[in-house]
Design a protein around this ligand. Structure first.
Ligand SMILES: *[C@@H]1O[C@H](CO)[C@@H](O)[C@H](O)[C@H]1NC(C)=O
Ligand SMILES: *[C@@H]1O[C@H](CO)[C@@H](O)[C@H](O)[C@H]1NC(C)=O
Ligand SMILES: *[C@@H]1O[C@H](CO)[C@@H](O)[C@H](O)[C@H]1NC(C)=O
Ligand SMILES: *[C@@H]1O[C@H](CO)[C@@H](O)[C@H](O)[C@H]1NC(C)=O
Ligand SMILES: *[C@@H]1O[C@H](CO)[C@@H](O)[C@H](O)[C@H]1NC(C)=O
Ligand SMILES: *[C@@H]1O[C@H](CO)[C@@H](O)[C@H](O)[C@H]1NC(C)=O
Ligand SMILES: *[C@@H]1O[C@H](CO)[C@@H](O)[C@H](O)[C@H]1NC(C)=O
Ligand SMILES: *[C@@H]1O[C@H](CO)[C@@H](O)[C@H](O)[C@H]1NC(C)=O
Ligand SMILES: *[C@@H]1O[C@H](CO)[C@@H](O)[C@H](O)[C@H]1NC(C)=O
Length: 598
């Protein structure tokens, strides 16, 4: 009750002031009136209450930047035709229920920049025509259930810059027409999907400067009409999970100034109607291949001020309609034509603020330098030194043949690398490549696995292109291919590895590497151990050599005895197979050798 009394007192003193001052014809003192607009403007007049003398038919009342402290029921009753009321930047701490009681025509109500801590239920009843309500920059801590219940025509609600810690589940109920909601600079730590689900007409949701650490699966699930979502300045957000944008059919999405370090490719996958995506100012270092591949309608992509160092080939695969690409202020040395689905749709390109290497990879930009729109920020070369700092657009044609060329990779030291190793040993293959720009080296294993920087099983590639295999196994045997490639082309090189089984292992197990899945029941198929095999092979060889020698001897004797006749010999020899059961039948074991004497 105390504040109500002070308000009456203020009103009383104002009366006195007004009586002393010259009362304008239908316009309060200290205010400016425009009768044809039916507006009364009392901006920054040190008013402590709503002034007397406002014409009854007033439509627009501007009372911003005064010293009004409270609004009581009946204060605005004399002006039932009000359509716009601006009470921004006063010191209003209390609004009594019924304060806006009869303002049936009110469309805009601004209470920004006051001291409101709590708005009791009933304050906004009957404001059925209100379309804009601005409650930002107050001290609201909680939005209570049903506090906006009657605002069925409200289109825009601003509740940013409050101390909001909690939005109750039915706070937004009744806001059937709300199209835009801005929540910013609050102390919210979660976002309740339940409360947002009441906003059936919501088209734009802006969530800025929030300490929310994660997006949950159901946050936006029941907002089918949402077209624009902005998540800006969420320093604690590290991931946009695959399911967090589920249920949305956005046309623009902005996730900026967060702590996400990867393109949220999985979360974007279903947004086939997205036309604009802004992922600027996140610590994203790589755009992997196909990151945006289902965004077939995307026209604008912004990834400015991130930490982008690599845009992989085909990173923009699927972006058939891209018009604007904004990669300014990153760490990119290049942007290859192969990253695009097609560069022909591109109209505006920002790659300024990157340490660009001017070689053949940027030739596509240079060739389009007269038609591409650089938005007034011309990209320039960081290397080679001769053109450092020169804008790509201004380079004369003569330099193109000098700098914008590439040298196909060449693998040095092409000596044969044929390595025979014993099981368990470590093996290295070298592959040093030169080229311009620096070629990237990969190794392909006999199992067609590609080894780059990271380890693949026991294999990994060291700096300088060396492939290292730890503890080789017999199944590692085969041909390894080194591929060095750059924008100028590629070069390949082969190396072979033969792995001997270790001495203390049986061949049965050694060869069973990939058969291990067939487990124990299969092992009786390999009954022989290494020694047996060695002995039988040796014996086989000796017998074979013996037969051959004997034949030669026979031939020698024959030729001596019979002169220079031409003759044919057929020698049949049966190998001893070590395959066990299959060989027992004797089929397939016989080989025929034909020897011809000339
Ligand atoms: C809302 O405003 C329109 C005119 O803009 C008026 O005709 C209508 O009566 C108003 N509705 C209410 C509930 O006052
Ligand atoms: C909200 O956060 C601000 C700054 O972090 C802090 O000063 C304020 O006390 C918090 N308010 C509440 C209600 O927690
Ligand atoms: C951002 O994430 C990194 C780890 O990815 C972490 O070290 C850093 O503290 C985070 N920053 C903030 C503001 O949370
Ligand atoms: C998504 O929105 C577009 C218009 O932006 C609309 O044409 C399309 O039907 C919507 N798809 C779904 C599944 O709602
Ligand atoms: C992208 O987000 C940044 C950071 O919020 C903003 O400055 C920039 O204007 C946005 N770009 C577009 C095209 O909206
Ligand atoms: C590119 O991004 C920067 C930083 O957000 C922004 O200032 C600039 O307006 C953007 N350029 C275009 C053409 O959108
Ligand atoms: C190597 O270059 C040839 C043509 O020059 C190309 O067909 C092939 O796909 C390239 N291979 C790799 C791995 O880049
Ligand atoms: C050979 O046997 C020793 C001792 O039994 C064992 O430590 C070693 O790993 C074995 N070598 C192979 C290649 O299995
Ligand atoms: C042996 O193989 C069968 C089927 O191939 C499998 O169900 C069983 O789990 C395996 N046993 C072991 C010990 O691996």
């Amino acid at each position: 009750m105390f504040h109500t009394m002070t308000c009456w007192f203020q009103l009383l003193s104002l009366h006195l002031v007004l009586l002393n001052g010259a009362p304008g014809a239908g316009c309060p003192a200290r205010c400016e009136c425009a009768p044809q607009l039916r507006s009364v403007v009392c901006h920054r007049r040190r008013l402590t209450a709503i002034p007397e003398g406002i014409p009854t038919e007033t439509r627009i009342l501007e009372l911003s930047r005064n010293r009004i402290r409270c609004l009581n029921p009946g204060d605005l009753a004399p002006y039932p035709l009000l359509e716009e009321l601006d009470l921004s930047e006063n010191i209003i701490a209390h609004v009594e229920p019924g304060a806006f009681g009869n303002l049936l025509h009110l469309q805009t109500l601004r209470l920004r920049g006051n001291q409101l801590k709590l708005i009791p239920p009933g304050v906004f009843t009957k404001l059925g025509n209100l379309t804009l309500l601005d409650l930002s920059e107050n001290k609201l801590v909680i939005l209570l259930d049903h506090m906006f219940q009657d605002l069925r025509n409200l289109k825009r609600l601003e509740v940013g810059d409050n101390d909001l810690v909690f939005i109750s589940q039915r706070a937004f109920s009744g806001l059937l027409a709300l199209e835009e909601l801005t929540l910013e600079r609050c102390n919210l730590t979660t976002l309740s999907g339940e409360s947002l689900a009441h906003l059936q007409s919501l088209g734009a949701l802006r969530l800025r400067y929030l300490g929310i650490p994660a997006l949950e699966e159901h946050n936006f699930r029941r907002l089918p009409g949402l077209l624009h979502l902005e998540i800006d300045n969420w320093p604690l957000l590290e991931e946009v999970t695959a399911s967090s944008l589920q249920g949305l059919n956005l046309s623009s999405l902005s996730v900026t100034y967060t702590n996400i370090s990867a393109v949220p490719a999985a979360a974007l996958r279903h947004l086939a109607y997205l036309t604009s995506l802004n992922l600027s100012y996140n610590p994203i270092s790589t755009v992997p291949r196909g990151s945006f591949r289902d965004l077939v309608r995307l026209r604008e992509l912004h990834l400015a001020g991130a930490l982008l160092a690599v845009v992989e080939p085909q990173a923009f695969l699927g972006l058939r309609q891209i018009r604007l690409l904004n990669l300014s202020n990153n760490l990119l040395a290049t942007l290859e034509e192969s990253t695009f689905h097609s560069v022909n749709t591109l109209e505006t390109l920002r790659v300024d603020g990157n340490p660009l290497a001017c070689d053949c990879r940027l030739l596509w930009i240079v060739q389009r330098r007269k038609t591409l729109n650089f938005d007034g920020r011309l990209p320039s070369c960081a290397t080679p030194a001769e053109v450092r700092g020169d804008a790509l657009r201004d380079l004369p044609d003569s330099t193109l043949f000098e700098y914008f060329v590439c040298r196909k990779p060449k693998i040095r030291e092409r000596r044969l690398q044929h390595v025979t190793a014993t099981e368990g040993q470590a093996v290295s293959f070298f592959c040093r490549a030169e080229g311009e720009p620096e070629p990237s080296v990969t190794w392909v294993t006999p199992q067609h696995r590609v080894v780059t920087g990271a380890s693949v099983g026991r294999a990994r590639m060291l700096v300088g292109g060396t492939l290292e295999i730890r503890e080789v196994q017999p199944q590692d045997s085969g041909t390894y291919v080194c591929v060095a490639s750059n924008a100028g082309g590629n070069d390949t090189y082969f190396a072979t590895l033969m792995v001997r089984p270790g001495a203390n292992r049986t061949l049965g197990l050694g060869e069973a590497g990939e058969l291990a899945a067939h487990n124990d029941t299969q092992s009786p198929r390999f009954p022989l151990d290494l020694t047996t095999i060695l002995v039988s092979t040796a014996m086989g060889c000796i017998t074979f050599l013996g037969v051959v020698l004997f034949c030669f001897l026979l031939l020698f004797v024959w030729s001596r005895g019979r002169g220079q006749h031409k003759s044919n010999f057929s020698v049949e020899y049966s190998f001893r197979k070590v395959d066990g059961p299959a060989a027992a039948a004797g089929q397939g074991g016989a080989r025929k050798f034909n020897m011809k004497m000339i």
